[in-house]
Design a protein around this ligand. Structure first.
Ligand code: ADP
Ligand code: MG
Length: 500
């Protein structure tokens, strides 16, 4: 079979040929490649029926299979494979019809069985890419591969004096390791890539994305080179579990490497850890090469076969992806690309917008409110949109009242506040109770306009002399005299008519 085989280290070099040079830092070009471990959201482990739930009593969820005790055999979890297929479909990758599990041999206290089951020569997901914006600029990062593997246990150093504990609950949790080409050229680009990948895996629901609990862990490979030169030696920053630390760690690492070279030293390939306390990266061990792991096909697991019709069944139930959805918002609702991107930052926000529009809210108004007033309050209270006390349908009712001229945008803010704090639930009742209805009686409004004009000759003169500000002052006066209940558009029209 002519399946693409995983990249050799040297092919990273080949893949970089012809790529544009990135922004320079003190004359050096920064090169970054990512390996991300996404824990897959299956209920049970990748090769056993033990639970993957986070936070259980240590060592209560490690089955004999996870520990490879004699006499046990691993059995592939279909759900994990299905999630790998979903990722491949989302990123435009090739899904290997046949991939192979291998043993990666090493000893570490959190891996007492002495090897990790992973995929090496033939991974399940091959190629594909992730596209995203850095400011206004669109970037595309190519993937090398994504392979299925099992997580290891966890060493616990807290709450112990002079010793460490091992919790093997995590052993055998399914992971997808997603590996990019070294395509990123700045810290900002690397963080934006990680955010986009995080968005995609949570969007399609294959990973809960909880970085604090270790569900989405990034390793950043960083090197520097003179433009046009071959790739420099990389150091790999392990286990970045927040976007903030990611940014600090990569920034620090770039400065550190350039300082080292400036001081006449050579960069040694190494694995480093970021210490949030000091803001520094520190070498943990010198890096092993693939050969040190003595990879060989796992004799307990047959090759993983994925039939074309399985892929099609998964494709049929894939949700619409954020990028496609954003494009649709621009096309169907005339939103700006920026607003569309904001609304597709997560499935819950997009759902909220869709629901509001389906309930009759004008799309642009809904977009402005969701990215403005609603987001502001969510941030303030640090809650997600699906926990917002004002639902999409309620927002739609409120926006409909702006749309039909019943209330002004300002009045709507007051109603929104009342809905949010639970002062009331019915939009129309609140408008009534607070006396926020805009004046619909043209006669009454005309009377106010005339009174204002009669006592503001100075503004009238200035307006006729070409000062727009004077006109706005007049509008302000009328709004004030109407206690904010006049319809600003109507006021504008009336004033223009009176002033000729
Ligand atoms: P491992 O780190 O497990 O040995 P690989 O050799 O496959 O795995 O490479 C891991 C990552 O390192 C990839 O994301 C790749 O893009 C990145 N990488 C490779 N060479 C460089 C380099 N010179 N500078 C920065 N990143 C690099
Ligand atoms: Mg690595």
């Amino acid at each position: 079979m002519s399946e693409p085989v995983m990249n050799e280290a040297s092919s990273f070099e080949v893949a970089q040929q012809g790529r544009p040079t990135g922004p320079l830092v003190r004359g050096w070009e920064v090169i970054i490649g990512f390996e991300t471990h996404a824990q897959l959201s299956t209920a049970s482990k990748i090769f056993s029926r033990a639970s993957t739930a986070f936070g259980a009593e240590p060592n209560t969820q490690a089955s004999p299979v996870d520990l490879a005790l004699p006499g046990t055999l691993p059995v592939m979890n279909r759900g994990a494979v299905e999630r790998a297929i979903q990722l491949g479909l989302a990123l435009g990758s090739h899904i290997a019809p046949r991939s192979v599990f291998a043993r990666k041999n090493y000893f570490y206290p959190d891996l007492p069985k002495g090897y990790q089951i992973s995929q090496y020569e033939i991974p399940v997901v091959q190629g594909g890419s992730v596209s995203f914006y850095v400011g206004e600029e669109q970037k595309t990062v190519r993937l090398v591969r994504a392979h299925l593997e099992e997580d290891a246990g966890k060493s616990l150093h807290e709450n112990f004096v002079g010793q460490s504990g091992i919790d093997l609950n995590r052993a055998g949790t399914p992971l997808l390791e997603i590996v990019t080409e070294p395509d990123m050229r700045s810290t900002a680009e690397a963080v934006a890539y990680a955010r986009e990948l995080h968005k995609i895996v949570t969007w399609i629901g294959i990973c809960d994305g909880n970085m604090q609990e270790g569900s989405f862990r990034c390793d950043a490979n960083v090197s520097v080179r003179r433009p046009g030169q071959p790739l420099g030696t990389r150091r790999e920053i392990k286990n970045l579990n927040s976007f903030k630390f990611m940014q600090q760690a990569i920034d620090y690492e770039i400065r550190w490497q350039i300082d080292e070279i400036d001081d006449g030293r050579k960069i040694q390939q190494a694995t480093v850890l970021f210490d949030p306390e000091t803001g520094e990266t520190r070498a943990m061990r010198t890096k092993e090469d693939a050969a040190d792991y003595r990879y060989f096909p796992d004799p307990d697991l047959p090759p993983l076969a994925i039939a074309a019709d399985w892929i099609e069944r998964v494709r049929a139930v894939m949700p619409e992806l954020p990028r496609a959805m954003a494009e649709r918002y621009v096309r169907d609702h005339g939103l700006s690309a920026y607003d569309a991107a904001q609304l597709t930052q997560g499935p819950a926000v997009a759902r909220y917008f869709d629901e509001a529009v389906a309930a009759g809210a004008p799309a642009k108004l809904a977009s402005n409110w969701i990215t403005g007033e609603v987001s502001r309050r969510l941030n303030l209270h640090d809650i997600a949109i699906d926990q917002a006390p004002v639902g999409a349908i309620q927002l739609a009712r409120l926006l409909a009242r702006i749309g039909d001229g019943t209330i002004s945008n300002n009045a709507a803010r007051q109603v929104f506040e009342a809905l949010w704090t639970g002062e009331g639930t019915d939009v129309d009742q609140l408008i009534e109770a607070k006396g926020l209805k805009q004046m619909s009686d043209t006669g009454a409004l005309e009377a106010i306009v005339d009174t204002v004009l009669a006592s503001n000759q100075k503004n009238i003169d200035e307006y006729r002399a070409g000062k727009d500000k004077a006109f706005n002052a007049l509008v302000g006066q009328v709004m004030k005299a109407s206690q904010g209940k006049a319809n600003p558009a109507q006021v504008n029209a009336l004033l223009k008519a009176r002033l000729g």
